[in-house]
Ligand binder design. Structure first.
Ligand SMILES: Cc1cc2nc3c(=O)[nH]c(=O)nc-3n(C[C@H](O)[C@H](O)[C@H](O)COP(=O)(O)O)c2cc1C
Length: 189
């Protein structure tokens, strides 16, 4: 609300499903988008848990005008991260991430690994735990630091080019919107 009062052009609204730095008071994208849409008129970019046209259609139904995808593009063909990171996302289930460090800062969502399981058990993360992040990204050492990723890792089952991701997402969005539009036209569901 402070941003809107200050005259900001739009907001990225990211729920707790998303990868990376998070609000420890977790609210899902499903609820957060609706809560913010009800309060503001500025354009909303939905993020967190979205990796395809199905998620895009859901986000638009909840009041967003655009979407942002992190985990999906970290694992795309052109992404500069090591194949081990991309493969860890592709092979992850929707339960394959932890929300870590919820009692301190930064609170993050990262892939499950031996290292992040220990942090999860301890409930607290040292900033030193993040020091090896470049070795995760570019050397593929998945235990060097928490590998930031969201729950959508469980929906991603292949490495695709950025072009295919965008084209498939838009095509699926229009297909779903058309189906929902037809139901609205015929007043059936
Ligand atoms: C590996 C990784 C690194 C990220 N780094 C940042 C960052 O430095 N700053 C930031 O604002 N968001 C960062 N994010 C969050 C993304 O910008 C995006 O909002 C988020 O991933 C959306 O959720 P999704 O992962 O479910 O698509 C990062 C996400 C990932 C997966």
């Amino acid at each position: 609300m402070k941003c809107v009062d200050a005259g900001i052009d739009g907001l990225v609204v990211e729920g707790s499903e998303g990868g990376g730095f998070k609000n420890p008071e977790d609210v899902s994208t499903l609820v957060l988008l609706q809560a913010i849409r009800a309060k503001v008129d500025v354009p909303l970019i939905a993020a967190g848990g979205i990796c395809d046209g199905r998620g895009m259609a859901a986000a638009f139904a909840l009041g967003a005008e655009a979407i942002q995808m992190g985990t999906r593009f970290v694992s795309c063909a052109e992404s500069p991260v090591h194949d081990n990171f991309k493969n860890a996302i592709v092979s992850s289930k929707e339960t394959g991430t932890w929300m870590l460090n919820t009692k301190s800062t930064p609170c993050i969502r990262a892939l499950k690994s031996e290292r992040t399981s220990v942090i999860h058990e301890q409930g607290i993360m040292s900033f030193d735990d993040m020091k090896g992040i470049l070795n995760v990204y570019f050397k593929g050492d998945m235990e060097a630091a928490p590998a930031l990723a969201g729950q959508s890792a469980g929906l991603i089952d292949s490495v695709k080019t950025a072009k295919d991701i965008i084209e498939d997402t838009v095509a699926e969005f229009f297909e779903i919107s058309a189906r929902m539009g037809a139901k609205a036209q015929s007043q059936s569901f």
